[in-house]
Design a protein around this ligand. Structure first.
Ligand SMILES: Nc1nc2c(ncn2[C@@H]2O[C@H](COP(=O)(O)OP(=O)(O)OP(=O)(O)O)[C@@H](O)[C@H]2O)c(=O)[nH]1
Ligand SMILES: [Mg+2]
Length: 405
């Protein structure tokens, strides 16, 4: 009996020792404040896989396959002066989650280095969640503006019954947004009012951003400064042909404008971009306005205001479905000099369903692009970018043939 008890004591003692040993060995491999430091500084590629065991975590990080020399990485915040510029977004509260994706993309590729402000505009008050979430990820100041009712409602001279009948007709014809009232207010607002909002009066330059857009390449210079230094007033990344059924009489109004205000039509303009017969008809080419970097003072100029006023009086925002893209584009083509327009080939961009992905692999590698050249819309038949190259005598980039239809 005594022998058995001694035997049991030995077993208990051995078990306690084993548990103690196990405890000591596991606590010694809990990571302390002294993580192994990699030979490669931040900015260099990290090991592609997380360590699979505590043992692995203690090994020095394996060398990255494509080290990025620190000198090639843009600084977190670019030095130098800033332009008087802001991002601007028109959005509804329910656009929050899609606009956050767009902002993240803009910040990652550009604005984290420059910290420009962001103005949000809405026909209803922005709610607290919208303000909280957007201001959390914009690196500059955020401002939230309510659109005055007069800028987002029917002017007196519009026959609302006629407008409703048009919407019904367009619905039957299945014209995209043809039956939408809010879409029409949006197009009219973007055409004639956003640049007059009190929050925008403080700025000279704007960059328009919509929900659900993507930017695919690093932008390592100040695009606003580029615009100013190169005397640019309006810019684009994608261009295409407008859906004719939405603008049947737009060109008639444009012709009336050129007759009434010949002084606003500048010499050396880009008429050839928008008309193939010296102004008789519109070829439907326009810059896609969901992306724009432009000069607010130009939009606030008498020439542009006269243009908008004449179009507004013609009623086409409600009796047809004129978009702000052809309106801005026609104005830019007629009232700016050719050299004042800029194609931002280096801003790789997506808005459903089109992509601008810069032609040429070297550029895409150097700028860490994530877009696929086969998705590039520039040289496809429905784009107008070839025409822009043609009228400006620009040579098309090498390899464009492989990106045609
Ligand atoms: N506040 C407000 N913003 C709007 C309204 N309708 C559209 N917007 C905004 O106006 C811009 C253009 O609207 P979209 O719906 O994107 O129009 P679109 O680009 O022609 O069409 P999508 O292909 O749907 O993107 C976006 O920034 C929208 O968030 C509206 O009724 N109120
Ligand atoms: Mg959109």
């Amino acid at each position: 009996m005594a022998g058995q008890q001694r035997y049991l004591r030995y077993i208990v003692f051995a078990l306690v020792c084993l548990v103690l040993l196990l405890f000591i060995s596991s606590s010694s491999s809990v990571p302390s404040a002294q993580w192994p430091t990699s030979k490669f500084k931040t900015g260099g590629a990290k090991p592609s896989q997380p360590a699979t065991s505590n043992q692995d975590a203690l090994k020095p990080a394996s060398p990255p396959t494509t080290p990025n020399p620190d000198s090639k990485l843009p600084p977190a915040t670019a030095s130098g002066e800033r332009m008087n510029a802001t991002f601007v977004t028109l959005a509804r509260n329910e656009d929050l989650w899609e606009i956050l994706k767009s902002i993240r993309s803009v910040e990652d590729r550009f604005n984290r280095k420059f910290n420009y402000d962001w103005v949000f505009l809405n026909d209803k008050e922005f709610n607290d969640e919208f303000k909280k979430m957007t201001s959390a990820i914009v690196s500059g100041k955020t401002k939230y503006g309510l659109i005055p009712t007069e800028h987002w409602s029917y002017p007196d001279f519009i026959d609302q019954k006629r407008a409703a009948a048009v919407r019904q007709e367009m619905k039957e014809k299945q014209i995209i947004y043809g039956d939408s009232e809010s879409y029409r207010h949006m197009c009219r607002y973007e055409s004639g009012f956003f640049f007059r909002h009190p929050l925008l009066l403080d700025y000279e330059w704007y960059w328009r951003v919509e929900p659900s857009v993507k930017f695919f390449c690093d932008i390592n210079y100040d695009t606003f400064k580029f615009m100013a230094e190169n005397k640019k007033k309006y810019s684009f990344t994608l261009s295409l042909h407008e859906y004719e059924a939405t603008i049947p009489t737009l060109w008639d109004s444009v012709k009336n404008f050129t007759k009434m205000y010949p002084q606003h039509i500048v010499e050396g303009n880009s008429l050839k971009f928008i008309s193939d017969d010296e102004g008789k008809t519109y070829n439907n080419c326009h810059f896609w306005s969901n992306f724009e970097i432009g000069n607010l003072n130009w939009l606030r100029s008498q020439a542009y205001l006269d243009f908008f006023e004449l179009l507004d009086q013609a009623g086409g925002f409600f009796y047809e479905r004129w978009g702000d893209a052809p309106v801005h584009s026609i104005a830019a083509a007629l009232m700016l000099k050719k050299e004042e327009l800029h194609f931002f080939n280096d801003i790789a961009y997506y808005h459903v369903p089109f992509t601008h992905c810069p032609t040429g692999e070297k550029f895409r590698i150097d700028h860490k692009c994530t877009c696929q050249s086969t998705d590039n819309f520039d040289w496809k038949g429905y784009s107008c970018t070839s025409k822009f190259y043609e009228i400006n005598g620009l040579p098309r980039p090498e390899g464009y043939e492989n990106e045609q239809d």
